[in-house]
Design a protein around this ligand. Sequence first.
Ligand SMILES: *Cc1c(COP(=O)(O)O)cnc(C)c1O
Length: 367
Amino acid sequence: MHIQTPYYLIDELQLLRNLEKIQQVRESAGAKSVLALKCFSTWAVFDLMKKYMDGTTSSSLYEARLGHEQFGKEVHAYSVAWSDADIKAVQQFATKIIFNSVSQLKMFYDQVKGQKIGLRVNPQMSYSDFDLADPARKYSRLGVTDQAALSEVSSLVSGAMFHYNCENADFDQYAAMLDKISDQYQGLLKKWEWVSLGGGIYFTKEGYPLDRFCQKLRDFSEKHELQVYLEPGESAITRSACLVTKVLDIVHNEKDIAIVDSSIEAHMLDLLIYRADAKMDNHGTGRFDYMVAGKSCLAGDVFGTFRFDEPLTVGSEIRFTDAAGYTMVKKNWFNGVQMPSIVVKRLNGKYDIAKQFDYQDFKNSLS
Ligand SMILES: *Cc1c(COP(=O)(O)O)cnc(C)c1O
Protein backbone atom coordinates (compact mmCIF):
# COMPACT_ATOMS: atom_id res chain seq x y z
CA MET A 1 0.00 0.00 0.00
CA HIS A 2 1.40 3.38 -0.97
CA ILE A 3 1.02 6.10 1.63
CA GLN A 4 2.20 9.60 0.94
CA THR A 5 4.96 10.81 3.25
CA PRO A 6 5.35 12.30 5.74
CA TYR A 7 3.37 10.19 8.19
CA TYR A 8 3.54 8.92 11.73
CA LEU A 9 3.11 5.16 11.71
CA ILE A 10 1.85 3.61 14.93
CA ASP A 11 2.31 -0.15 15.17
CA GLU A 12 -0.28 -1.72 17.46
CA LEU A 13 1.81 -4.85 17.96
CA GLN A 14 4.66 -2.79 19.39
CA LEU A 15 2.21 -0.79 21.46
CA LEU A 16 0.85 -4.02 22.84
CA ARG A 17 4.24 -4.97 24.31
CA ASN A 18 4.07 -1.89 26.55
CA LEU A 19 0.41 -2.43 27.37
CA GLU A 20 1.07 -5.99 28.48
CA LYS A 21 3.66 -4.72 30.96
CA ILE A 22 1.18 -2.18 32.25
CA GLN A 23 -1.29 -5.01 32.67
CA GLN A 24 1.32 -6.97 34.62
CA VAL A 25 1.78 -4.03 37.01
CA ARG A 26 -1.98 -3.80 37.37
CA GLU A 27 -2.25 -7.47 38.28
CA SER A 28 0.80 -8.02 40.39
CA ALA A 29 1.10 -4.63 42.13
CA GLY A 30 -2.59 -3.71 42.13
CA ALA A 31 -1.58 -0.32 40.70
CA LYS A 32 -3.91 1.28 38.19
CA SER A 33 -2.53 3.13 35.18
CA VAL A 34 -4.06 6.20 33.59
CA LEU A 35 -2.64 7.42 30.30
CA ALA A 36 -1.06 10.90 30.38
CA LEU A 37 -2.72 12.54 27.41
CA LYS A 38 -0.22 15.36 27.22
CA CYS A 39 2.30 12.81 25.93
CA PHE A 40 0.04 10.94 23.57
CA SER A 41 -3.54 11.74 22.58
CA THR A 42 -3.86 9.75 19.37
CA TRP A 43 -7.33 8.38 19.96
CA ALA A 44 -7.21 6.16 16.88
CA VAL A 45 -5.56 3.52 19.09
CA PHE A 46 -7.55 4.10 22.29
CA ASP A 47 -9.79 1.09 21.68
CA LEU A 48 -6.73 -1.10 22.11
CA MET A 49 -5.20 0.92 24.97
CA LYS A 50 -8.33 1.03 27.08
CA LYS A 51 -8.35 -2.74 27.42
CA TYR A 52 -5.08 -2.52 29.34
CA MET A 53 -5.37 0.80 31.14
CA ASP A 54 -7.79 2.32 33.64
CA GLY A 55 -8.41 5.69 32.05
CA THR A 56 -6.61 8.93 31.34
CA THR A 57 -5.05 11.85 33.13
CA SER A 58 -5.09 15.33 31.73
CA SER A 59 -3.56 18.76 31.98
CA SER A 60 -6.53 20.79 30.82
CA LEU A 61 -10.25 20.84 30.20
CA TYR A 62 -9.85 19.76 26.58
CA GLU A 63 -7.68 16.79 27.42
CA ALA A 64 -10.12 15.73 30.13
CA ARG A 65 -12.97 15.94 27.63
CA LEU A 66 -11.04 13.94 25.05
CA GLY A 67 -10.27 11.30 27.66
CA HIS A 68 -13.93 11.09 28.59
CA GLU A 69 -15.16 10.96 24.99
CA GLN A 70 -12.58 8.71 23.40
CA PHE A 71 -11.12 6.59 26.19
CA GLY A 72 -13.83 6.47 28.83
CA LYS A 73 -13.16 4.77 32.18
CA GLU A 74 -11.51 7.00 34.79
CA VAL A 75 -10.77 10.64 33.99
CA HIS A 76 -8.22 12.28 36.28
CA ALA A 77 -8.57 15.97 35.60
CA TYR A 78 -5.55 17.92 36.71
CA SER A 79 -4.51 21.39 35.70
CA VAL A 80 -1.74 23.71 36.85
CA ALA A 81 -4.44 26.37 37.16
CA TRP A 82 -8.17 26.00 36.52
CA SER A 83 -10.34 28.91 35.52
CA ASP A 84 -13.86 29.30 36.83
CA ALA A 85 -15.28 28.26 33.45
CA ASP A 86 -12.96 25.22 33.31
CA ILE A 87 -14.12 23.99 36.70
CA LYS A 88 -17.77 24.29 35.74
CA ALA A 89 -17.22 22.39 32.51
CA VAL A 90 -14.76 19.75 33.69
CA GLN A 91 -17.14 18.35 36.28
CA GLN A 92 -19.13 16.63 33.54
CA PHE A 93 -16.07 14.66 32.46
CA ALA A 94 -13.93 14.13 35.53
CA THR A 95 -13.99 11.21 37.92
CA LYS A 96 -11.35 13.01 39.99
CA ILE A 97 -10.44 16.68 40.04
CA ILE A 98 -6.88 17.35 41.08
CA PHE A 99 -5.78 20.81 42.16
CA ASN A 100 -2.25 22.13 41.93
CA SER A 101 -2.34 24.44 44.93
CA VAL A 102 -4.05 25.02 48.25
CA SER A 103 -5.42 28.32 46.97
CA GLN A 104 -7.12 26.68 43.97
CA LEU A 105 -8.51 23.95 46.21
CA LYS A 106 -10.03 26.53 48.54
CA MET A 107 -11.24 28.69 45.65
CA PHE A 108 -13.24 25.89 44.04
CA TYR A 109 -13.96 23.54 46.94
CA ASP A 110 -17.62 24.52 47.34
CA GLN A 111 -18.26 23.91 43.67
CA VAL A 112 -16.72 20.46 43.55
CA LYS A 113 -17.08 19.05 47.05
CA GLY A 114 -19.46 16.30 45.95
CA GLN A 115 -16.71 14.79 43.76
CA LYS A 116 -13.48 12.99 44.38
CA ILE A 117 -10.84 15.65 44.87
CA GLY A 118 -7.06 15.46 44.92
CA LEU A 119 -4.16 17.79 45.48
CA ARG A 120 -0.76 17.75 43.84
CA VAL A 121 2.12 17.50 46.28
CA ASN A 122 5.63 18.62 45.43
CA PRO A 123 7.92 16.38 47.49
CA GLN A 124 10.89 18.63 46.67
CA MET A 125 12.86 15.73 45.27
CA SER A 126 12.88 14.53 41.73
CA TYR A 127 14.64 12.64 39.01
CA SER A 128 15.19 14.53 35.79
CA ASP A 129 18.13 15.09 33.47
CA PHE A 130 16.65 18.38 32.33
CA ASP A 131 16.04 21.44 34.43
CA LEU A 132 13.28 22.41 32.00
CA ALA A 133 11.31 19.28 32.89
CA ASP A 134 12.23 19.03 36.56
CA PRO A 135 9.06 19.32 38.70
CA ALA A 136 11.16 20.04 41.80
CA ARG A 137 13.32 22.72 40.22
CA LYS A 138 13.94 25.91 42.14
CA TYR A 139 10.81 28.07 42.35
CA SER A 140 8.71 25.23 40.93
CA ARG A 141 5.00 26.06 40.89
CA LEU A 142 4.05 22.40 40.46
CA GLY A 143 2.35 21.13 43.58
CA VAL A 144 2.20 22.03 47.27
CA THR A 145 5.53 22.21 49.08
CA ASP A 146 4.36 23.53 52.45
CA GLN A 147 3.62 20.49 54.59
CA ALA A 148 1.75 22.43 57.27
CA ALA A 149 -0.58 23.95 54.69
CA LEU A 150 -1.06 20.50 53.21
CA SER A 151 -2.00 19.00 56.57
CA GLU A 152 -4.48 21.74 57.19
CA VAL A 153 -6.51 20.93 54.05
CA SER A 154 -5.77 17.22 53.86
CA SER A 155 -9.25 16.16 54.94
CA LEU A 156 -10.84 18.08 52.04
CA VAL A 157 -9.27 15.66 49.56
CA SER A 158 -9.44 11.90 49.15
CA GLY A 159 -5.99 11.56 47.62
CA ALA A 160 -2.92 13.18 46.19
CA MET A 161 -0.73 13.23 43.13
CA PHE A 162 3.07 13.11 43.29
CA HIS A 163 4.65 13.55 39.87
CA TYR A 164 8.39 13.90 40.37
CA ASN A 165 10.12 11.79 37.76
CA CYS A 166 11.20 12.35 34.19
CA GLU A 167 12.54 9.44 32.13
CA ASN A 168 13.65 7.58 35.24
CA ALA A 169 15.00 4.15 34.27
CA ASP A 170 16.91 3.67 37.53
CA PHE A 171 14.80 1.44 39.78
CA ASP A 172 16.98 1.69 42.88
CA GLN A 173 16.93 5.44 42.76
CA TYR A 174 13.15 5.34 42.27
CA ALA A 175 12.71 3.00 45.21
CA ALA A 176 14.82 5.21 47.47
CA MET A 177 12.71 8.26 46.63
CA LEU A 178 9.49 6.35 47.21
CA ASP A 179 10.76 5.32 50.65
CA LYS A 180 11.39 8.95 51.49
CA ILE A 181 7.88 9.93 50.42
CA SER A 182 6.50 7.02 52.39
CA ASP A 183 8.19 8.31 55.55
CA GLN A 184 7.77 12.01 55.05
CA TYR A 185 4.04 11.89 54.27
CA GLN A 186 3.13 8.90 56.40
CA GLY A 187 0.46 10.66 58.46
CA LEU A 188 -1.30 12.05 55.41
CA LEU A 189 -1.05 8.91 53.31
CA LYS A 190 -2.85 7.01 56.05
CA LYS A 191 -5.84 9.33 55.70
CA TRP A 192 -6.15 9.14 51.95
CA GLU A 193 -7.87 6.55 49.77
CA TRP A 194 -5.64 6.90 46.75
CA VAL A 195 -2.35 8.30 45.65
CA SER A 196 -1.01 8.83 42.17
CA LEU A 197 2.73 8.41 41.76
CA GLY A 198 2.75 10.24 38.45
CA GLY A 199 4.59 9.46 35.25
CA GLY A 200 8.19 9.61 34.12
CA ILE A 201 9.04 6.04 35.13
CA TYR A 202 10.54 3.88 32.36
CA PHE A 203 9.09 0.64 33.66
CA THR A 204 8.22 -0.74 30.22
CA LYS A 205 11.82 -0.46 29.09
CA GLU A 206 13.72 -3.63 28.16
CA GLY A 207 15.65 -4.83 31.21
CA TYR A 208 13.71 -2.80 33.79
CA PRO A 209 13.27 -4.90 36.98
CA LEU A 210 9.49 -5.07 36.66
CA ASP A 211 9.03 -7.66 39.42
CA ARG A 212 10.87 -5.54 41.97
CA PHE A 213 8.94 -2.48 40.83
CA CYS A 214 5.63 -4.29 41.34
CA GLN A 215 6.68 -5.51 44.76
CA LYS A 216 7.68 -1.98 45.75
CA LEU A 217 4.34 -0.52 44.68
CA ARG A 218 2.44 -3.32 46.39
CA ASP A 219 4.33 -2.76 49.66
CA PHE A 220 3.66 0.98 49.47
CA SER A 221 -0.02 0.48 48.82
CA GLU A 222 -0.40 -2.09 51.60
CA LYS A 223 1.55 -0.05 54.11
CA HIS A 224 -0.66 3.01 53.65
CA GLU A 225 -3.81 1.12 52.69
CA LEU A 226 -4.52 3.05 49.55
CA GLN A 227 -5.06 2.59 45.83
CA VAL A 228 -1.93 3.42 43.86
CA TYR A 229 -2.14 4.97 40.42
CA LEU A 230 0.56 5.46 37.83
CA GLU A 231 0.31 8.03 35.05
CA PRO A 232 2.44 6.62 32.25
CA GLY A 233 2.89 8.80 29.21
CA GLU A 234 6.10 7.88 27.43
CA SER A 235 6.32 4.41 28.95
CA ALA A 236 2.85 3.51 27.61
CA ILE A 237 3.76 4.24 24.02
CA THR A 238 7.53 4.07 23.84
CA ARG A 239 8.93 2.59 20.63
CA SER A 240 5.47 2.09 19.15
CA ALA A 241 5.68 4.57 16.28
CA CYS A 242 7.99 5.99 13.68
CA LEU A 243 7.95 9.07 11.53
CA VAL A 244 8.23 8.09 7.87
CA THR A 245 9.79 10.67 5.58
CA LYS A 246 11.26 10.88 2.10
CA VAL A 247 14.43 12.52 0.81
CA LEU A 248 13.68 15.56 -1.37
CA ASP A 249 17.22 16.75 -2.05
CA ILE A 250 20.84 16.07 -1.19
CA VAL A 251 23.20 18.99 -0.80
CA HIS A 252 26.84 19.20 0.22
CA ASN A 253 28.54 21.54 2.64
CA GLU A 254 31.60 19.70 3.94
CA LYS A 255 29.15 16.82 4.58
CA ASP A 256 26.42 15.18 2.55
CA ILE A 257 23.12 16.52 3.79
CA ALA A 258 19.84 14.81 2.98
CA ILE A 259 16.80 17.06 3.21
CA VAL A 260 13.55 15.25 4.02
CA ASP A 261 9.89 16.26 3.63
CA SER A 262 9.48 16.85 7.37
CA SER A 263 10.85 19.14 10.04
CA ILE A 264 12.17 18.51 13.51
CA GLU A 265 10.70 21.77 14.73
CA ALA A 266 7.25 21.04 13.31
CA HIS A 267 7.01 17.26 13.78
CA MET A 268 9.43 16.16 16.53
CA LEU A 269 9.74 19.32 18.55
CA ASP A 270 11.02 17.71 21.75
CA LEU A 271 14.23 16.69 20.02
CA LEU A 272 14.91 20.33 19.38
CA ILE A 273 13.93 21.45 22.86
CA TYR A 274 16.06 18.82 24.57
CA ARG A 275 18.84 18.93 21.96
CA ALA A 276 18.62 15.22 21.24
CA ASP A 277 19.14 13.39 17.95
CA ALA A 278 16.35 11.46 16.33
CA LYS A 279 16.69 7.67 16.45
CA MET A 280 16.89 5.32 13.54
CA ASP A 281 17.09 1.51 13.53
CA ASN A 282 20.23 -0.15 12.13
CA HIS A 283 21.99 2.98 11.06
CA GLY A 284 25.13 2.94 13.12
CA THR A 285 27.49 0.97 10.91
CA GLY A 286 26.94 1.62 7.19
CA ARG A 287 29.61 3.18 4.98
CA PHE A 288 27.59 6.18 3.87
CA ASP A 289 27.34 9.10 6.21
CA TYR A 290 24.62 11.72 5.95
CA MET A 291 23.35 14.53 8.03
CA VAL A 292 19.56 14.30 7.78
CA ALA A 293 17.80 17.64 7.98
CA GLY A 294 14.31 19.05 7.77
CA LYS A 295 12.81 21.28 5.11
CA SER A 296 11.90 24.25 7.30
CA CYS A 297 14.02 27.38 7.02
CA LEU A 298 15.33 27.00 10.58
CA ALA A 299 19.10 26.59 10.24
CA GLY A 300 19.26 24.06 13.05
CA ASP A 301 16.43 21.89 11.73
CA VAL A 302 18.58 18.75 11.87
CA PHE A 303 17.43 15.23 12.82
CA GLY A 304 20.96 13.93 13.26
CA THR A 305 23.84 12.28 11.43
CA PHE A 306 23.42 8.64 10.48
CA ARG A 307 25.30 5.92 8.60
CA PHE A 308 23.55 4.10 5.80
CA ASP A 309 24.43 0.87 3.98
CA GLU A 310 23.54 2.36 0.60
CA PRO A 311 23.92 5.87 -0.75
CA LEU A 312 20.74 7.92 -0.35
CA THR A 313 19.02 9.31 -3.41
CA VAL A 314 16.09 11.62 -3.96
CA GLY A 315 13.04 9.53 -3.08
CA SER A 316 14.79 7.33 -0.45
CA GLU A 317 12.58 6.64 2.55
CA ILE A 318 13.89 7.52 6.00
CA ARG A 319 12.16 6.35 9.18
CA PHE A 320 12.81 7.93 12.54
CA THR A 321 11.93 5.55 15.34
CA ASP A 322 10.47 6.08 18.80
CA ALA A 323 8.27 8.86 17.47
CA ALA A 324 5.03 8.40 19.42
CA GLY A 325 5.53 10.48 22.58
CA TYR A 326 5.35 14.27 22.62
CA THR A 327 5.33 14.41 18.81
CA MET A 328 1.77 14.26 17.50
CA VAL A 329 0.53 16.33 20.44
CA LYS A 330 3.09 19.04 19.66
CA LYS A 331 3.10 19.10 15.88
CA ASN A 332 2.53 22.50 14.37
CA TRP A 333 2.24 24.34 11.09
CA PHE A 334 5.58 26.15 11.24
CA ASN A 335 6.68 27.08 7.72
CA GLY A 336 3.44 25.61 6.38
CA VAL A 337 5.23 22.26 6.10
CA GLN A 338 2.84 19.43 5.20
CA MET A 339 1.67 17.93 8.47
CA PRO A 340 2.31 14.18 8.71
CA SER A 341 -0.70 11.91 8.37
CA ILE A 342 -1.43 9.50 11.21
CA VAL A 343 -1.38 5.89 10.08
CA VAL A 344 -2.02 2.86 12.27
CA LYS A 345 -0.81 -0.63 11.55
CA ARG A 346 -3.51 -2.66 13.27
CA LEU A 347 -2.95 -5.90 15.15
CA ASN A 348 -4.23 -7.81 12.10
CA GLY A 349 -1.50 -6.23 9.93
CA LYS A 350 -3.80 -3.89 8.02
CA TYR A 351 -2.81 -0.26 7.52
CA ASP A 352 -5.39 2.31 8.48
CA ILE A 353 -4.94 5.96 7.50
CA ALA A 354 -6.49 7.50 10.59
CA LYS A 355 -5.97 11.15 9.71
CA GLN A 356 -4.72 13.31 6.87
CA PHE A 357 -4.18 17.05 6.90
CA ASP A 358 -4.43 19.47 4.03
CA TYR A 359 -4.23 23.14 3.16
CA GLN A 360 -7.63 23.82 4.74
CA ASP A 361 -6.37 22.58 8.12
CA PHE A 362 -3.40 24.92 7.86
CA LYS A 363 -5.65 27.82 6.91
CA ASN A 364 -8.22 27.03 9.59
CA SER A 365 -5.61 26.98 12.33
CA LEU A 366 -5.22 30.71 11.74
CA SER A 367 -7.39 33.54 10.63
C1 LIG B 1 4.07 14.69 32.00
C2 LIG B 1 3.28 14.08 33.08
C3 LIG B 1 3.04 12.70 33.08
C4 LIG B 1 3.61 11.76 32.03
O1 LIG B 1 5.00 11.79 32.02
P1 LIG B 1 5.84 10.77 31.12
O2 LIG B 1 7.25 11.20 31.34
O3 LIG B 1 5.43 10.95 29.70
O4 LIG B 1 5.57 9.40 31.62
C5 LIG B 1 2.29 12.18 34.11
N1 LIG B 1 1.76 12.98 35.07
C6 LIG B 1 1.95 14.30 35.09
C7 LIG B 1 1.34 15.12 36.16
C8 LIG B 1 2.71 14.91 34.09
O5 LIG B 1 2.92 16.23 34.13
